[in-house]
Design a protein around this ligand. Structure first.
Ligand SMILES: *Cc1c(COP(=O)(O)O)cnc(C)c1O
Length: 456
C-alpha cells in the first residue's frame, strides 16, 4: 500500500487560524526575526518541536480522569511503575516533571569536577547538566556520519574505537557512559542493537554504569526492526526489552515517545544510587510517588508509552516523516540523509549558498518558511551553537547550518504535510532572493531563545 493512512480518527479538533503573507511579514518583524518570540496563534503549521506537542488518545484522556491525586502511594503511580518496569526492566522508577529533571538528579549524584561523560551525541540539556557539575560531555560519532549527504542505516551509532581509547586512558575518570536513542542532535538517527551491545560490553568490562537517554526509544526500536536483519521478526516490545536489558538505567522525557504533554522519569538498578536520587527528588521535584507531576500526568505517560510501541502507529510515524523528506529531496532540497524518525533537517548551507555563515543562513530560511507559509521550524546552526565573545569581539560558528522540521506525534494529517511540501518548493525555487540576517542584541547564554535580529 502506498498511501500511509493515519491509524486514528479525529475526535476533538483545535482550529488553525489562517493569516496572510502581509500579516506574517509584520509578525516576524515584531518578533525580531526570532521564531521563539512568535505567538503560537500566528503560526499555521508548528514544527518547532515534537516535545510535548503530540495529540493524546481517548485512552489517555480517560486516564486523565482516572488520575489519583493522593500525595503518597497513589494508584496512578503504582500503575506507572508497573508499566515502566514491565517494558524497561529496571528495579527503581523515579518520576520527574520532564527529562532534564531526571538528568539533573542523575549527574548531581554521579558526576564530579573534571569527569568525562562519553555519549554517541549529548542532547543540549544533557550536556548543560553535565557541564553544570564541572564534568566534560563528549560526543563520539564516527566522522563519516557527520556528512549530511552520506547514507548509513544507523547514523546514531557510537564510535566504538574512540570509546575504547577514552576508557583505556587512565587519566579519565568516567562515572557513566550515555547513549541517546534516537540521536536527536544528530538528525534523529537510530542506534543499532549491536552497537548498544558493544557499548554495554565495554562499560561492563571497565565497571562503568551504562545509561540510555530513552526519549525516542520506540522510534529507535522500529528502525532496529526494519533495518537490522536479526530483528526482522522480533516484536517492538521484545526489541525494547532487549535494548534496555543492556543498560544500568535510563533518563526519559515522556514529552517525546511518552506522547504526553509533560512528564519524564529516571530509572536505575542500583539501590544505593536510587536512594540518593530520591533524596534529591524530594528536595526540588516532590515525593517519590509523583515527582513533580500530577497523578493524571502519570496516567497519560504510562498509557502513552504503551501506545508508542504499537507497530501500526510506528509504521505511520516513521513513514510519514520519510514522506516529507522524500518529497522535498525529490525536487532538489538538500536534507540530512537518511530521513530521521521525528524530524527532517534541511541543510541550509547547501540550500542558501549565497548567504555567508555570518548572516545565519538557517535562521534566514526558517524566517522565510514562516513568511511564505506560516510554518514555524527551528534553527540548529550558528544562532543556536555559535558564540560571540564580547571582550575580544570575535564570533565562533557551528559546523552545521540546519533547519529542523520536527513532526508532533499524531497531530498533523497528510494534507498539512503536503502544504508544507508546497511551501518549501516555492521557497526553494525563489531561494536566490532570500537575504541574510544580523544580530542586533543577544544574551550571553542560549542566545537563540531571545536574540534580536534584523534583515540585511
Ligand atoms: C527533549 C530531550 C531531552 C530533555 O527532555 P525535556 O523533557 O525537554 O527536559 C533529553 N534528551 C533528548 C534526546 C531529548 O530529545
Amino acid at each position: 500500500m502506498n498511501t500511509i493512512i493515519e491509524p486514528f480518527r479525529i475526535k476533538s479538533v483545535e482550529p488553525i487560524k489562517l493569516n496572510s503573507i502581509k500579516d506574517r511579514k509584520e509578525n516576524i518583524k515584531n518578533a525580531d526575526y526570532n521564531l521563539f518570540k512568535l505567538h503560537a496563534k500566528d503560526v499555521i503549521i508548528d514544527l518547532l518541536t515534537d516535545s510535548g506537542t503530540g495529540a493524546m488518545s481517548t485512552e489517555q484522556w480517560a486516564g486523565i480522569m482516572r488520575g489519583d491525586e493522593s500525595y503518597a502511594g497513589s494508584n496512578s503511580y503504582i500503575r506507572f511503575e508497573k508499566i515502566i518496569k514491565k517494558y524497561f526492566g529496571f528495579d527503581y522508577v523515579i518520576p520527574t516533571h520532564q527529562g532534564r529533571a531526571a538528568e539533573r538528579i542523575l549527574f548531581e549524584v554521579l558526576c564530579n569536577k573534571g569527569d568525562v561523560v562519553p555519549s554517541n551525541s549529548h542532547f543540549d540539556t544533557t550536556r548543560a547538566n553535565i557541564e553544570f557539575q564541572g564534568a566534560n560531555a563528549i560526543n563520539l560519532i564516527p566522522n563519516k556520519y557527520n556528512d549530511t549527504q552520506s547514507i548509513y542505516p544507523f547514523k546514531g551509532n557510537m564510535d566504538i574505537d574512540q570509546l575504547k581509547k577514552i576508557v583505556k586512558n587512565k587519566s579519565n575518570n568516567i562515572p557513566i557512559i550515555m547513549m541517546t536513542i534516537t540521536n536527536n542532535t544528530g538528525g534523529g538517527q537510530p542506534v543499532s542493537l549491536s552497537n548498544i551491545r558493544e557499548v554495554s560490553k565495554i562499560a561492563k568490562k571497565y565497571n562503568i554504569p551504562f545509561y540510555i537517554d530513552a526519549c525516542r526509544f520506540a522510534e529507535n526500536a522500529y528502525f532496529i526492526k526494519t533495518r537490522e536483519k536479526e530483528f526482522k521478526n522480533t516484536s517492538i516490545v521484545d526489541i525494547v526489552k532487549e535494548m534496555f536489558s543492556y543498560a544500568d538505567g535510563c533518563t526519559m522525557s515522556a514529552k517525546k515517545d511518552g506522547i504526553a504533554n509533560i512528564g519524564g522519569f529516571l530509572c536505575a538498578n542500583d539501590k544505593e544510587l536510587s536512594k540518593k536520587e530520591k533524596e534529591l527528588l524530594i528536595l526540588t521535584e516532590g515525593f517519590p510517588t509523583y515527582g513533580g507531576l500530577a497523578g493524571r500526568d502519570l496516567e497519560a505517560v504510562s498509557i502513552g508509552i504503551t501506545e508508542a510501541m504499537d507497530e501500526d502507529y510506528l509504521h505511520y510515524r516513521i513513514s510519514s516523516t520519510k514522506y516529507l523528506g522524500d518529497k522535498i529531496s525529490k525536487f532538489g532540497v538538500p536534507i540530512l540523509l537518511p530521513p530521521g524518525g521525528h524530524a527532517i533537517y534541511i541543510d541550509a548551507k547547501l540550500f542558501l549558498k549565497h548567504i555567508k555563515k555570518e548572516n545565519f543562513p538557517a535562521q534566514a530560511l526558517a524566517c522565510e518558511l514562516y513568511i511564505i507559509g506560516g510554518i514555524r521550524t527551528s534553527e540548529i546552526g550558528s544562532l543556536m551553537f555559535g558564540k560571540f565573545n564580547p571582550i575580544k569581539k570575535t564570533n565562533t560558528y557551528a559546523s552545521y547550518e540546519l533547519v529542523r522540521l520536527a513532526i508532533p506525534r499524531r497531530t498533523y494529517t497528510q494534507s498539512h504535510i503536503d502544504y508544507v511540501v508546497e511551501i518549501i518548493k516555492k521557497v526553494y525555487l525563489d531561494r536566490t532572493i532570500i537575504s541574510g540576517l544580523e544580530i542586533v542584541e543577544q544574551p550571553e547564554y542560549l542566545r537563540h531563545f531571545s536574540a534580536k535580529l534584523r534583515k540585511i
